[in-house]
Design a protein around this ligand. Structure first.
Ligand code: RB5
Length: 142
């Protein structure tokens, strides 16, 4: 699995924790930045992640800002991206199983690092169920 990840300044600390987790789990990832806490605009980081996932260059994307909201709104503007803003493990599992979400957004100012890693772990390791959910996901694309 290939993962692409980015944040803004508000999500940088949590992104570092998540990339350490990905490294520990030997998951292949690319970090599109930023690498310092200078103030940046979240769409400039969300859009490239969304486009790379939509193009099939990466299997999944992870976006982290202060709330996760700006990142998720931006990512969902790219056709083919189904970005889920998630701060609990129930939703992490459900959005993979039912929505086949391909981008995960989280807010560093919303969630602690322990739960965030459980969310990431659950989201990365839950398969899409297909079946009755398939036609619903197709309708999103239509
Ligand atoms: C940055 O201050 C903040 O607005 C951003 O990280 C995010 O929460 C936007 O949705």
């Amino acid at each position: 699995m290939k993962v692409v990840i980015a944040s803004d300044h508000g999500g940088l600390n949590l992104k570092r924790i998540v990339t350490e987790y990905l490294t520990d789990k030997k998951i292949d990832f690319t970090d599109l930045g930023p690498d310092n806490t200078d103030s940046v605009d979240y769409p400039d980081y969300a859009k490239p992640v969304a486009e790379k996932v939509a193009a099939g260059e990466y299997d999944k994307g992870i976006l982290i800002c202060g709330t996760g909201i700006g990142m998720s709104i931006t990512a969902n503007k790219t056709r083919g991206v189904r970005c889920a803003l998630v701060h609990d493990t129930f939703s992490a599992k459900a959005t993979r199983a039912h929505n086949d979400s391909n981008v995960l957004a989280m807010g560093e100012r919303v969630i602690g690092p322990g739960l965030a890693l459980e969310v990431v772990d659950t989201w990365l390791n839950t398969e899409f169920e297909g079946g009755r959910h398939e036609k619903r996901v197709c309708k999103i694309e239509e």
